[in-house]
Design a protein around this ligand. Structure first.
Ligand code: CTP
Ligand code: MG
Length: 237
């Protein structure tokens, strides 16, 4: 089958602060979403990109795609998203044509992922892994706590061995049927998995981690915009 990328871009970007929806904010003068679309379409294996737009912003996103140069060998679709990332991804998956056998799910908020990372994820899926996530070792030690009131000391419950932890990124790659089954099985609004691979794990299917990339970081808070602009400037230099 062919490979498609679903890009959830329907979030508001609350942690980034007031302004346009996060995916429409610009980096180096170009909307983050366009960077993310180009990052997926840069892979020659990707024949379709499905953008999941803010629920009331699908026509604006279509106009944006029309207004920017994108590889012609790739098709582009825009669908309206939902209230949660999980719902947005589900809506994107429902728009996939029959011929798609492999699906990438990529956050619009990770605009700078290099094509080599995209290709490595696709290659691992085509090699037979039903679910593949890019991940990096952690710099910080991680504590599990008993969450308390904001600002109050929180008791530490455990310290997982750092060397065994990976911070996971996107694009995450899947056998299409496996991901669709995960999204249609896990109860809507049920206890939220924070990534797509987590939903596949809940089905009991194997998930593997391949090396991620520093530049695939997620733009979440204002400081991340500073870093993203610096990475872009370095690329253009
Ligand atoms: N997303 C989505 N639909 C939602 C919520 C999130 O498509 N209802 C997308 C975002 O647009 C983003 C990706 O999921 O590309 C990762 O989510 P996150 O970084 O949390 O973005 P936001 O939800 O927009 O940010 P915040 O949580 O700070 O509001
Ligand atoms: Mg969010």
């Amino acid at each position: 089958g062919r490979t498609a990328a679903v890009i959830p871009a329907a979030g508001r970007g609350v942690r980034l602060g007031p302004g346009a929806p996060k995916a429409l904010r610009t980096l180096g003068g170009t909307p983050m979403l366009i960077h993310a679309v180009r990052a997926m379409a840069a892979s020659r294996a990707v024949s379709l990109v499905v953008v999941v737009a803010p629920p009331d912003g699908a026509s604006e996103v279509k106009n944006l795609l029309d207004a920017h140069s994108l590889p012609e060998r790739t098709d582009y679709l825009v669908v309206p998203g939902g209230d949660t990332r999980q719902e947005s991804v589900r809506l994107g998956l429902r728009a996939l044509p029959e011929a798609i056998g492999t699906v990438l799910v990529h956050d619009a908020a990770r605009p700078l992922v290099p094509v080599d990372t995209v290709d490595a994820v696709i290659a691992a899926v085509l090699d037979g892994a039903p679910a593949v996530v890019p991940g990096l070792p952690l710099a910080d030690t991680v504590k599990e706590v008993e969450p308390g009131e904001k600002g109050e000391p929180e008791p530490v419950v455990a310290t997982p061995e750092r060397a065994r932890l990976r911070a996971v990124q996107t694009p995450q790659g899947f056998d299409r049927e496996m991901l669709v089954r995960a999204h249609e099985t896990v109860a809507v609004g049920g206890e939220g998995a924070t990534d797509d691979a987590g939903m596949v794990e809940r089905l009991g299917a194997p998930v593997v981690v391949v090396p991620g990339h520093e530049e695939a970081f997620k733009v979440t808070r204002p400081l991340d915009l500073v870093l993203a602009e610096a990475v872009l400037a370095r690329r253009r230099a």
